[in-house]
Design a protein around this ligand. Structure first.
Ligand SMILES: *[C@@H]1O[C@H](CO)[C@@H](O)[C@H](O)[C@H]1NC(C)=O
Ligand SMILES: *[C@@H]1O[C@H](CO)[C@@H](O)[C@H](O)[C@H]1NC(C)=O
Length: 270
Protein backbone atom coordinates (compact mmCIF):
# COMPACT_ATOMS: atom_id res chain seq x y z
CA UNK A 1 0.00 0.00 0.00
CA UNK A 2 2.88 2.33 0.75
CA UNK A 3 4.24 1.72 -2.73
CA UNK A 4 0.84 2.62 -4.16
CA UNK A 5 0.75 5.91 -2.32
CA UNK A 6 4.32 6.82 -3.28
CA UNK A 7 3.57 6.19 -6.90
CA UNK A 8 0.36 8.19 -6.71
CA UNK A 9 2.25 11.06 -5.12
CA UNK A 10 5.02 10.97 -7.69
CA UNK A 11 2.48 10.92 -10.48
CA UNK A 12 0.74 13.92 -9.02
CA UNK A 13 4.00 15.82 -8.63
CA UNK A 14 4.84 15.20 -12.24
CA UNK A 15 1.61 16.73 -13.47
CA UNK A 16 0.43 20.20 -14.10
CA UNK A 17 -2.32 21.19 -11.68
CA UNK A 18 -5.01 20.89 -14.35
CA UNK A 19 -3.89 17.41 -15.20
CA UNK A 20 -3.45 16.59 -11.56
CA UNK A 21 -7.04 17.53 -10.94
CA UNK A 22 -8.20 15.42 -13.82
CA UNK A 23 -6.21 12.56 -12.43
CA UNK A 24 -7.77 12.97 -9.05
CA UNK A 25 -10.79 11.27 -10.52
CA UNK A 26 -8.59 8.22 -10.65
CA UNK A 27 -6.59 6.73 -7.84
CA UNK A 28 -3.49 5.27 -9.39
CA UNK A 29 -2.68 2.38 -7.19
CA UNK A 30 0.22 0.13 -7.92
CA UNK A 31 -0.25 -3.37 -6.76
CA UNK A 32 2.09 -6.24 -6.52
CA UNK A 33 -0.65 -8.42 -7.89
CA UNK A 34 -0.06 -8.02 -11.61
CA UNK A 35 2.60 -10.66 -11.86
CA UNK A 36 3.23 -13.39 -14.29
CA UNK A 37 3.79 -16.47 -12.23
CA UNK A 38 1.77 -18.31 -9.66
CA UNK A 39 3.38 -18.48 -6.29
CA UNK A 40 1.45 -21.04 -4.39
CA UNK A 41 1.66 -21.02 -0.65
CA UNK A 42 -0.76 -21.87 2.07
CA UNK A 43 -3.12 -19.00 2.78
CA UNK A 44 -2.28 -17.15 5.95
CA UNK A 45 -5.85 -17.36 7.07
CA UNK A 46 -6.56 -21.02 6.60
CA UNK A 47 -7.25 -21.57 10.26
CA UNK A 48 -9.88 -18.88 10.62
CA UNK A 49 -13.39 -20.07 11.33
CA UNK A 50 -16.22 -19.62 8.88
CA UNK A 51 -17.87 -17.30 11.38
CA UNK A 52 -15.12 -14.76 10.79
CA UNK A 53 -15.79 -14.98 7.10
CA UNK A 54 -19.42 -13.99 7.43
CA UNK A 55 -18.68 -10.62 8.95
CA UNK A 56 -16.51 -9.58 6.05
CA UNK A 57 -17.95 -8.22 2.83
CA UNK A 58 -18.15 -10.40 -0.21
CA UNK A 59 -15.79 -9.47 -3.03
CA UNK A 60 -17.15 -9.09 -6.54
CA UNK A 61 -14.79 -9.92 -9.36
CA UNK A 62 -15.57 -9.55 -13.05
CA UNK A 63 -13.72 -11.45 -15.78
CA UNK A 64 -14.29 -11.49 -19.52
CA UNK A 65 -13.70 -14.71 -21.42
CA UNK A 66 -15.07 -14.75 -24.96
CA UNK A 67 -14.88 -17.29 -27.73
CA UNK A 68 -12.58 -16.65 -30.63
CA UNK A 69 -11.91 -18.19 -34.02
CA UNK A 70 -8.39 -16.85 -34.00
CA UNK A 71 -5.55 -19.28 -34.55
CA UNK A 72 -3.02 -17.02 -32.81
CA UNK A 73 -2.22 -18.11 -29.27
CA UNK A 74 -2.76 -14.70 -27.74
CA UNK A 75 -6.34 -14.41 -29.02
CA UNK A 76 -7.33 -18.05 -28.72
CA UNK A 77 -10.26 -19.22 -26.63
CA UNK A 78 -8.12 -21.92 -25.04
CA UNK A 79 -5.51 -19.49 -23.73
CA UNK A 80 -8.19 -17.31 -22.16
CA UNK A 81 -10.03 -20.23 -20.57
CA UNK A 82 -6.89 -21.85 -19.14
CA UNK A 83 -5.63 -18.55 -17.77
CA UNK A 84 -9.01 -17.66 -16.28
CA UNK A 85 -9.07 -21.01 -14.44
CA UNK A 86 -5.73 -20.18 -12.81
CA UNK A 87 -6.75 -16.58 -12.03
CA UNK A 88 -9.95 -17.69 -10.34
CA UNK A 89 -8.19 -20.42 -8.41
CA UNK A 90 -5.47 -18.06 -7.16
CA UNK A 91 -8.04 -15.46 -6.04
CA UNK A 92 -10.04 -17.97 -4.01
CA UNK A 93 -7.01 -19.77 -2.65
CA UNK A 94 -5.51 -16.58 -1.23
CA UNK A 95 -8.71 -14.93 -0.04
CA UNK A 96 -10.46 -15.37 3.26
CA UNK A 97 -13.63 -13.75 1.96
CA UNK A 98 -16.45 -15.00 -0.17
CA UNK A 99 -15.95 -14.08 -3.81
CA UNK A 100 -18.71 -13.70 -6.36
CA UNK A 101 -17.31 -14.05 -9.87
CA UNK A 102 -19.11 -12.48 -12.80
CA UNK A 103 -17.98 -14.19 -15.97
CA UNK A 104 -18.84 -12.12 -19.02
CA UNK A 105 -18.90 -14.28 -22.11
CA UNK A 106 -20.57 -14.86 -25.46
CA UNK A 107 -20.51 -18.58 -24.72
CA UNK A 108 -22.39 -20.49 -22.07
CA UNK A 109 -20.08 -23.44 -22.80
CA UNK A 110 -17.02 -21.43 -21.71
CA UNK A 111 -18.78 -20.46 -18.50
CA UNK A 112 -19.77 -24.08 -17.86
CA UNK A 113 -16.19 -25.23 -18.39
CA UNK A 114 -14.85 -22.69 -15.90
CA UNK A 115 -17.39 -23.63 -13.26
CA UNK A 116 -16.89 -27.34 -13.90
CA UNK A 117 -13.18 -26.97 -13.20
CA UNK A 118 -14.01 -25.83 -9.65
CA UNK A 119 -15.89 -29.05 -8.83
CA UNK A 120 -12.68 -30.74 -7.74
CA UNK A 121 -11.77 -27.96 -5.31
CA UNK A 122 -11.86 -28.71 -1.58
CA UNK A 123 -15.25 -27.85 -0.08
CA UNK A 124 -13.89 -24.90 1.91
CA UNK A 125 -12.88 -23.13 -1.27
CA UNK A 126 -16.03 -24.03 -3.19
CA UNK A 127 -18.22 -22.71 -0.39
CA UNK A 128 -16.55 -19.35 -0.57
CA UNK A 129 -17.07 -18.86 -4.28
CA UNK A 130 -20.02 -18.36 -6.58
CA UNK A 131 -20.21 -17.87 -10.33
CA UNK A 132 -22.63 -15.99 -12.50
CA UNK A 133 -22.85 -16.02 -16.25
CA UNK A 134 -23.25 -12.56 -17.77
CA UNK A 135 -24.10 -12.53 -21.46
CA UNK A 136 -21.81 -10.32 -23.50
CA UNK A 137 -23.49 -7.13 -24.75
CA UNK A 138 -22.57 -4.24 -27.03
CA UNK A 139 -24.57 -1.09 -27.75
CA UNK A 140 -26.53 -1.37 -31.01
CA UNK A 141 -24.39 -0.07 -33.86
CA UNK A 142 -21.18 -0.65 -31.89
CA UNK A 143 -20.95 -4.44 -32.20
CA UNK A 144 -17.66 -4.02 -34.06
CA UNK A 145 -16.08 -2.98 -30.74
CA UNK A 146 -15.98 -6.67 -29.93
CA UNK A 147 -12.80 -6.99 -31.96
CA UNK A 148 -11.17 -3.79 -30.72
CA UNK A 149 -8.25 -5.49 -28.98
CA UNK A 150 -8.48 -9.01 -27.55
CA UNK A 151 -11.82 -10.81 -28.09
CA UNK A 152 -14.40 -8.63 -26.33
CA UNK A 153 -11.89 -7.14 -23.87
CA UNK A 154 -13.83 -3.90 -24.45
CA UNK A 155 -16.72 -5.44 -22.48
CA UNK A 156 -15.27 -3.79 -19.38
CA UNK A 157 -16.37 -0.44 -20.83
CA UNK A 158 -19.99 -1.54 -20.52
CA UNK A 159 -19.92 -2.97 -17.04
CA UNK A 160 -22.70 -0.64 -15.87
CA UNK A 161 -25.07 -2.47 -18.21
CA UNK A 162 -23.60 -5.87 -17.55
CA UNK A 163 -23.86 -5.57 -13.77
CA UNK A 164 -26.93 -3.38 -13.21
CA UNK A 165 -27.40 -4.56 -9.62
CA UNK A 166 -23.82 -4.10 -8.45
CA UNK A 167 -22.36 -1.13 -6.64
CA UNK A 168 -18.66 -1.94 -6.87
CA UNK A 169 -16.53 -4.46 -8.69
CA UNK A 170 -12.94 -5.53 -9.19
CA UNK A 171 -12.36 -6.10 -12.89
CA UNK A 172 -9.47 -8.37 -13.82
CA UNK A 173 -8.05 -9.56 -17.12
CA UNK A 174 -8.00 -13.33 -17.41
CA UNK A 175 -4.18 -13.26 -17.44
CA UNK A 176 -3.86 -11.62 -14.02
CA UNK A 177 -2.80 -13.80 -11.12
CA UNK A 178 -3.13 -12.85 -7.49
CA UNK A 179 -0.13 -13.40 -5.26
CA UNK A 180 -1.73 -11.80 -2.23
CA UNK A 181 -5.31 -11.83 -0.93
CA UNK A 182 -7.56 -9.87 -3.32
CA UNK A 183 -9.22 -8.17 -0.33
CA UNK A 184 -6.03 -6.13 0.09
CA UNK A 185 -6.75 -4.61 -3.28
CA UNK A 186 -10.47 -4.19 -2.50
CA UNK A 187 -9.41 -2.26 0.59
CA UNK A 188 -8.25 0.58 -1.68
CA UNK A 189 -11.94 1.47 -2.19
CA UNK A 190 -11.87 2.85 1.34
CA UNK A 191 -9.15 5.32 0.29
CA UNK A 192 -11.25 6.84 -2.49
CA UNK A 193 -12.01 10.52 -2.13
CA UNK A 194 -15.57 11.70 -2.68
CA UNK A 195 -15.10 12.23 -6.41
CA UNK A 196 -12.98 9.19 -7.16
CA UNK A 197 -14.61 6.19 -8.70
CA UNK A 198 -11.84 4.08 -10.20
CA UNK A 199 -8.37 2.82 -9.39
CA UNK A 200 -5.76 1.25 -11.64
CA UNK A 201 -2.03 0.58 -11.71
CA UNK A 202 0.47 2.69 -13.62
CA UNK A 203 1.68 1.43 -16.95
CA UNK A 204 5.15 2.56 -17.92
CA UNK A 205 4.38 2.20 -21.58
CA UNK A 206 5.06 5.16 -23.83
CA UNK A 207 1.68 6.83 -24.39
CA UNK A 208 2.95 9.41 -26.87
CA UNK A 209 0.74 8.00 -29.61
CA UNK A 210 -2.31 9.48 -27.87
CA UNK A 211 -2.99 13.16 -28.73
CA UNK A 212 -1.51 15.42 -26.06
CA UNK A 213 -4.77 17.14 -25.17
CA UNK A 214 -6.19 13.83 -24.01
CA UNK A 215 -3.03 12.26 -22.63
CA UNK A 216 -2.62 12.00 -18.89
CA UNK A 217 1.17 12.00 -18.69
CA UNK A 218 3.84 10.21 -20.67
CA UNK A 219 2.67 7.21 -18.74
CA UNK A 220 -0.84 5.92 -18.51
CA UNK A 221 -2.52 3.24 -16.52
CA UNK A 222 -3.03 -0.42 -17.21
CA UNK A 223 -6.64 -1.51 -17.53
CA UNK A 224 -5.94 -5.14 -16.67
CA UNK A 225 -6.96 -4.63 -13.08
CA UNK A 226 -9.55 -2.01 -12.18
CA UNK A 227 -11.44 -1.13 -9.06
CA UNK A 228 -14.70 0.45 -10.14
CA UNK A 229 -17.34 2.06 -7.98
CA UNK A 230 -20.34 1.54 -10.26
CA UNK A 231 -22.70 3.62 -8.11
CA UNK A 232 -20.52 6.65 -8.71
CA UNK A 233 -19.96 5.83 -12.36
CA UNK A 234 -23.74 5.82 -12.85
CA UNK A 235 -23.80 9.38 -11.55
CA UNK A 236 -21.09 10.58 -13.89
CA UNK A 237 -22.15 13.85 -15.59
CA UNK A 238 -22.67 13.33 -19.30
CA UNK A 239 -23.16 9.60 -18.80
CA UNK A 240 -20.30 7.12 -18.67
CA UNK A 241 -21.45 5.11 -21.68
CA UNK A 242 -22.06 8.14 -23.92
CA UNK A 243 -18.63 9.53 -23.08
CA UNK A 244 -16.95 6.23 -23.77
CA UNK A 245 -18.70 5.85 -27.13
CA UNK A 246 -17.87 9.41 -28.03
CA UNK A 247 -14.17 8.75 -27.34
CA UNK A 248 -14.31 5.51 -29.32
CA UNK A 249 -15.56 7.37 -32.39
CA UNK A 250 -13.56 10.59 -31.98
CA UNK A 251 -10.19 8.92 -31.30
CA UNK A 252 -10.60 5.76 -33.36
CA UNK A 253 -7.32 6.46 -35.19
CA UNK A 254 -5.28 6.37 -31.98
CA UNK A 255 -6.52 3.25 -30.27
CA UNK A 256 -3.44 1.02 -30.30
CA UNK A 257 -4.48 -0.88 -27.19
CA UNK A 258 -8.21 -0.68 -27.73
CA UNK A 259 -10.37 -0.01 -24.74
CA UNK A 260 -7.37 0.53 -22.47
CA UNK A 261 -6.62 3.64 -24.54
CA UNK A 262 -10.29 4.66 -24.40
CA UNK A 263 -10.17 4.50 -20.61
CA UNK A 264 -6.89 6.42 -20.48
CA UNK A 265 -8.36 9.15 -22.68
CA UNK A 266 -11.53 9.26 -20.58
CA UNK A 267 -9.61 9.95 -17.38
CA UNK A 268 -7.24 12.45 -19.02
CA UNK A 269 -9.98 14.48 -20.71
CA UNK A 270 -11.22 17.66 -19.05
C1 LIG B 1 -19.33 3.42 -3.87
O1 LIG B 1 -19.89 4.71 -3.84
C2 LIG B 1 -21.08 4.78 -3.07
C3 LIG B 1 -21.66 6.18 -3.28
O2 LIG B 1 -20.71 7.16 -3.00
C4 LIG B 1 -20.75 4.45 -1.62
O3 LIG B 1 -21.92 4.52 -0.83
C5 LIG B 1 -20.17 3.04 -1.56
O4 LIG B 1 -19.75 2.73 -0.24
C6 LIG B 1 -18.97 2.93 -2.48
N1 LIG B 1 -18.53 1.54 -2.54
C7 LIG B 1 -17.32 1.12 -2.15
C8 LIG B 1 -17.03 -0.34 -2.26
O5 LIG B 1 -16.48 1.87 -1.74
C1 LIG C 1 -18.36 14.04 -28.74
O1 LIG C 1 -18.51 15.09 -27.80
C2 LIG C 1 -18.15 16.36 -28.29
C3 LIG C 1 -18.18 17.35 -27.14
O2 LIG C 1 -19.24 17.13 -26.30
C4 LIG C 1 -19.11 16.74 -29.41
O3 LIG C 1 -18.78 18.00 -29.91
C5 LIG C 1 -18.98 15.68 -30.50
O4 LIG C 1 -19.91 15.95 -31.52
C6 LIG C 1 -19.22 14.29 -29.95
N1 LIG C 1 -18.87 13.33 -30.99
C7 LIG C 1 -19.58 12.24 -31.23
C8 LIG C 1 -19.07 11.36 -32.33
O5 LIG C 1 -20.57 11.92 -30.59
Amino acid sequence: MRVAKDILRSVQQGLSSRRAEALLRLVVAASALLLLTVYLQRPLYASESSKDLEILDELKIMLVVCSSDSKTLVDSTDRQVQQAKVSIKAAIFLSRRRISFYIVSDSQAIFNELVFSTKVWPTAYRERSSFQFVASWYPPGHEDMRGLFRPCSSQRLFLLRLLPEESAVLYMDSDVIFLRPPEELWQIFSEFGERQFAAAALDKRDYNYIPEEVRMTDMGFNAGLLLMNLTRMRQFPGGWEDQVLNITVTYSDYLKFGDQDILNIFFAKD
